[in-house]
Design a binder for this molecule. Structure first.
Ligand SMILES: C[S@@+](CC[C@H](N)C(=O)[O-])C[C@H]1O[C@@H](n2cnc3c(N)ncnc32)[C@H](O)[C@@H]1O
Length: 292
């Protein structure tokens, strides 16, 4: 995106205290503050990165919003994946230009935007969302952000297990309450070497999805990671972690698909004592070495 700011574009304006406001530019419209009005016409036709001033002298820096800002600021029905987690998904799920990626559920479309940007027009994103009202929000958010509904995006309204298309997929990302219910389905379309990433927010989800992947047998030993990002304050001699920092969001589980008919080698590592105790009712890994 380049060129001068046009009517209909969204801009982020930032005052000297760092307060941000979001505006959709409209010819003749005025943004009112306690220090006078800021005419949109002051901004339209100019480049981003300018400083625009209200009639009372209050200065605002003007920028186009970044994807990370759009993701957390856009209308939402379902909770969105946060930028810090989405960034790690792109790296560790190895999302590449031209990739065929499956995503469920689409929710508010935040991760869809990130994936679409990473795969580009030579790839294809197949998103599934079982709640029609959420799918409508995702569609609107994606087309607002991209200026159009991309041709390389297919959004299917329906449960992934019931509506999945039989198309080979390079990468899959599940962000849903019960991702373990979709492991088998995704395993059927994921190419050998393909990566499945599950984003979970609770420890019970984490345990269940890890054990389901092991029990499937056609996936590598999953690894789980919690991305954490700490802001820093650095001014003069006052250099320390920022007071306000983001708390827990979720854990990412990654695993690779083995070739059809291939089972993961028997694990030589014993599970932690009590990991699968007498009262354990979940799935049992087919390929795990159990102590006597
Ligand atoms: C937390 S939201 C996803 C948010 C999305 N990743 C984003 O960044 O905007 C989880 C969504 O998964 C959907 N969902 C849950 N199970 C599903 C399934 N089996 N098939 C399709 N969608 C499902 C829910 O309706 C919900 O909208």
């Amino acid at each position: 995106m380049s060129g001068v700011l046009q009517p209909g574009e969204r801009v982020s304006i930032i005052d000297p205290k760092g307060n941000k406001h979001s505006l959709v530019l409209e010819v003749g419209k005025v943004f009112h503050t306690t220090k006078g009005g800021l005419a949109h016409d002051e901004i339209i036709g100019r480049s981003e990165g300018i400083v625009a001033t209200t009639t009372g002298g209050l200065e605002f820096m003007v920028f186009r919003p970044l994807l990370a800002q759009v993701m957390v600021g856009m209308p939402r029905e379902a909770a969105v994946i946060y930028p810090k987690d989405a960034a790690q998904i792109v790296m560790w799920a190895d999302i590449f230009p031209g990739a065929k990626v499956l995503e469920a559920g689409a929710g508010s479309g935040a991760l869809s935007m990130v994936l679409l940007r990473a795969i580009g027009p030579s790839g294809h994103l197949y998103s599934y969302e079982r709640r029609p009202e959420f799918a409508a929000v995702a569609r609107r958010n994606v087309s607002d952000f991209m200026g159009t509904t991309p041709e390389y995006w297919t959004l299917t309204t329906g449960d992934l297990n019931e509506t999945i298309q039989d198309i080979p997929i390079d990468r899959a990302v599940l962000d849903m309450l019960a991702p373990w219910e979709c492991v088998e389905t995704v395993g059927n379309v994921l190419i050998p070497g393909g990566i499945l990433c599950c984003y979970v927010t609770t420890t019970t989800q984490l345990g269940r999805v890890m054990d389901t992947l092991r029990a499937h047998g056609g996936f590598t030993e999953p690894n789980a990671v919690e991305p954490s990002l700490r802001d820093w304050h650095a001014e003069g001699l006052a250099i320390r972690p920022a007071h306000a920092n983001s708390g827990h969001t979720g854990v990412l589980v990654f695993s690779r698909r083995l070739a059809p008919g291939v089972q993961a080698p028997i694990r030589r590592r014993r599970p932690a004592p009590g990991a699968y105790g007498a009262d354990y009712t979940g799935p049992l890994p087919k390929n795990m070495y159990f102590p006597e």
